[in-house]
Design a protein around this ligand. Sequence first.
Ligand code: CTP
Length: 402
Amino acid sequence: MLKGKKIVLGVTGGIAVYKAVDLVSRLRKQGCEVRVVMTEHAQQFVTPLTFKEISGNQVAVSMWTANQEFNVEHIALANWADVFVVAPATANIIAKMAYGLADDLLSTTLLAAQAPIIVCPAMNTGMFENPATQENIAKLQSRGVTVMPPAVGVLACGTSGAGRLPEPPQIVEFISDFFAKREGDMRGLKVLVTAAGTREPIDPVRFVGNRSSGKMGYAVAQMAAERGADVLLVSGPSALTPPANVRTIKVETTNEMLEACLAAYPEMDIVIKAAAVADYRPRDVADQKIKKKTDDALTVVMDKNPDILKTLGAAKTHQVLVGFAAETQNLIDNARDKVVKKNLDMIVANDVTAAGAGFNADTNIVKFLFADGAIQSLDCLPKTEVAQRILNEALRIKSERK
Ligand code: CTP
């Protein structure tokens, strides 16, 4: 996604400046051309020379030093960029951007920028949470600036306090996803996503269900639609609102989900089965509410449900098939077993008992296991970001198959 992209990186003065050096190096490895603009405060942490060596370009630092390359430097840089990234972005530059101040080279260039802007805030938690900063961020977002959420403590799971600059690989991925969305890299593809848990009725008022919220599947559906795919979401009951531009079929039971998936399957390019499917259903569903009996125990006999994913795996022709594995133990072994048994191209394995993962959480910690035996471990990430990574991999598998 990033090959050949022209990126202007604005670096402001915070302790995280050192990460910006790594960021430039990684962006270049992805094939980007990077030009760095540093504020005076940023130069207190790292010298322009470091960025010059890493970026392979002159570093812009002042309105008043002539640059041989550009005539009017801030205007030239503003016009040159495909995207303008500010990382780390201090509370100060965010406030200046919000109010349109232009009192140094970076703020002036940002004000003149024609390209989209991505801001990566990095500051102390108190400063980040201060209503002034939050209002400024909201103001920027309302004008179309993309804001990458800062990392929290030791990364989202556990310690509170947002404000850390995310690690450079995550910023690279974020920028790549940004371009993926803009350029609609999934245009023309048909994607089936299943989400939430299925429910099996016992009587008219009771059911057997599970704790799935649908957040992971809805995030996948939303991101695929934003990237231009034609998305069909088959969802069990969920409190979430289906994403815009996504066709949604609401189902209740495993058999209903199977039927909806089988009907759509032949025309699909990518299938992502995030639903938590009920493996069993009560054999007899009572017509009327079951009344309390004198016995202390109630026995409900359950019959096995069809395995939707396995059925799709057996019928696979051209589709890229991605499953999920929710495990509480032996994550890798159990997940690998499912890849083989269900004829998957990839499985997203998560230990649902880990902090920051599993049902109802906004983040997830997953591993990708591929049909060829490769494994990729991801950090604790927002489910929307996990969704992007899943789509990136599904696209890669699809393109390698051609
Ligand atoms: N799945 C399915 N139909 C089922 C059960 C699971 O399509 N009847 C799919 C899920 O949507 C998920 C994957 O299979 O993508 C793995 O689900 P999981 O519940 O982790 O595994 P199971 O195959 O049910 O095995 P077990 O419960 O023994 O771990």
